[in-house]
Design a protein around this ligand. Structure first.
Ligand code: GYE
Length: 336
């Protein structure tokens, strides 16, 4: 009988220990986001409208991995501004560590940026820009879209060398900084050329179908034209399809096609002499965003804007002091 109380005591301790372990497991589960030490990154992506966009999305998945210390939630906003705002608010509610915004449009950001700021969450504007005070976000990373438009204009200036030209423009999505900047840059150069006539400028929404539809309409309305400026490669493919169907020649001895992005497929068509000038816009931006985040984590001073550099390319056989002439090597080096 002497052993009984001992047994009881042991049993009691066991129960207590089990309860303690259980409680610990529950606490750990509830705080796993902290326990695993991963930084929660919310990225509101524009959509999936182009090859550029797909490469940009893939780049974020490749860089923001758990091994690198991140938990990434990337939302494809399908070009829907209201959805993009709602998703940013959701990230705020879930108390993410960082919010990265690739703004579909420049307008309409003030309120939501203030909310992110009030929540104390660092906010990075990536790729495209917003029409809001830079006091409302932590920092921005992206290319200079106006400079891209100017490169296209300057290349045309060099190529035409004083010849007159009738120009058609297939714009990117209306209200996006990419479309606004590229138009502005190209128009800055066109303003110096009274012999250039911009016949029309229409939204092709950065998609191949959009580019094709706009080009089909242009072909009906403008029997005579010399140049088609497409705000991205996918629009250029659509424009080519429309011209193929109408029996219109393009390339070194046909209509001049200018494009932006310089993706693998875009540069393939530049090397083939179908697109005469292709101005690069680099979608590989995630490492730059990650480094900015690391600097913020380390308490370092960060610049308000980090430029992603890009260059221009032209078809073989064209001499240019402004852009790189395409070669097999350049194409082989292109990853996206
Ligand atoms: O040029 C286009 C994409 O924002 C720079 O968006 C980006 C643009 C890119 O859909 O292909």
């Amino acid at each position: 009988m002497a052993g009984m109380p001992k047994m009881k005591w042991r049993f009691f301790t066991m129960k207590k220990l089990l309860a303690l372990v259980l409680a610990l497991v529950m606490v750990l589960a509830a705080t796993s986001a902290f326990a695993d030490g991963l930084l929660k990154i919310g990225y509101v992506q524009v959509g999936h409208e182009s090859d550029w966009r797909m490469a940009n999305t893939q780049n974020y998945y490749d860089v923001f991995t758990e091994d690198a210390g991140f938990e990434l939630e990337l939302i494809d906003c399908d070009n829907d501004h209201a959805l993009q705002l709602a998703k940013v608010r959701e990230f705020v509610q879930k108390d993410f560590d960082y919010i990265v915004i690739d703004p579909i449009q420049t307008a309409g950001w003030d309120d939501v940026l203030k909310e992110v700021q009030e929540a104390g969450i660092p906010c990075i504007i990536a790729d495209r820009s917003v029409d809001a005070s830079s006091d409302l976000y932590t920092t921005a990373v992206g290319t200079n879209m106006t400079a891209e438009g100017e490169t296209a204009g300057k290349w045309l200036e060099e190529y035409l060398a004083g010849k007159a030209a009738k120009i058609l423009v297939i714009e990117g999505s209306t209200g996006s900084s990419a479309a606004i900047g590229r138009s502005e840059g190209f128009n800055n150069i066109a303003a110096n050329h009274p012999e250039w006539e911009i016949l029309a400028s229409q939204d092709g929404d950065f998609t191949q179908n959009g580019g094709q539809a706009v080009m089909e309409d242009f072909i009906k309305r403008f029997p005579e034209f010399d140049v088609v400026v497409c705000h991205n490669d996918n629009e250029a493919y659509g424009a080519m399809d429309a011209m193929d169907a109408a029996g219109i020649k393009y390339g070194v001895d046909g209509k001049i096609i200018i494009s932006f992005d310089a993706t693998k497929e875009g540069l393939t068509r530049t090397l083939a002499g179908q697109i005469l000038c292709n101005v690069e816009c680099n979608p590989i931006q995630a490492v730059i965003v990650m480094n900015v985040i690391k600097d913020i984590q380390d308490g370092k001073e960060i610049p308000k804007f980090t430029l992603v550099p890009d260059e221009g390319f032209c078809a073989p056989g064209i001499e240019s002091s402004l852009v790189t002439v395409m070669t097999d090597e350049v194409l082989a080096a292109r990853k996206y």
